[in-house]
Design a binder for this molecule. Sequence first.
Ligand code: GLN
Length: 281
Amino acid sequence: MRYIKDILGQYKSELSDIYDANEIQAIFYRLLPDFYGIERLDVSLNPDLKVDETKLLSALTKLKQHKPWQYITGQTEFYGLKFKVNPAILIPRPETEELVDWIISDLKNVSSPRILDIGTGSGVIAISLAANLPDASVTAIDISEAALQTAEVNAGLHRVAVRFKQINILNQTDCEEAYDIIVSNPPYVRENEKKMMQANVLQYEPETALFVPDKKPLLFYEKIISLAINNRTSVVYFEINEFLKLELENLLKNFEIANYEFKKDMFDKWRFVKLMLRQAQ
Ligand code: GLN
């Protein structure tokens, strides 16, 4: 048994090359409840708490190899809900909560919206929409079977009815069913942006969820917009690459879409766009 505060000290010294002190502390207090059921408050109230350090030291080894803490605990939080995560799916980003929030505030008074989430991954967007819009019917698709399995478990955890389908959107010629709303956080990082990215993302997170070719970075947006137009969808919400706003504006011009709104995220980056394709009936 060792003092928790001493193990935290070891984390701070051994992870200082990778994370700053605040991040290390935040990660540490994410692991503690998972491993021992001990919260940060318990440690504050009882600074002499001790634990068997085995789990924390094995996690420390993985963190030093840049493994994200979410893949170590196997779970994370999104929009106030807990989600299972694993290396088959991208770890949900806090920015994406803002996209969900935007959609929920737009749709809270809309009756029975039919929503399609494209590239659902862990299912966070579809599931948090379904959990907060009880009137909505939500369908979520992904190319990855492993992702869909995780998303189904997550939907079960929150007892929401989301329909999941395995589909490669790039091969689709239509949406198969009518949807009022389409939302997508597709892969949008260009290969040439890899050099700006952290080792924890590059070494552990699924490439198919992240990267697009340098020469065709908007391929998912182009495909989804044309499907949405054919589908007579009313509104499309996208998460976007902060560096591609101009390119997206050009794409919208090509589609003759004039009614749209870009939005920044909490980090002051251009991160979302809403396309109003048709007036709601
Ligand atoms: N924002 C994510 C990242 O920077 C990428 C998400 C995506 O490609 N859709 O890692």
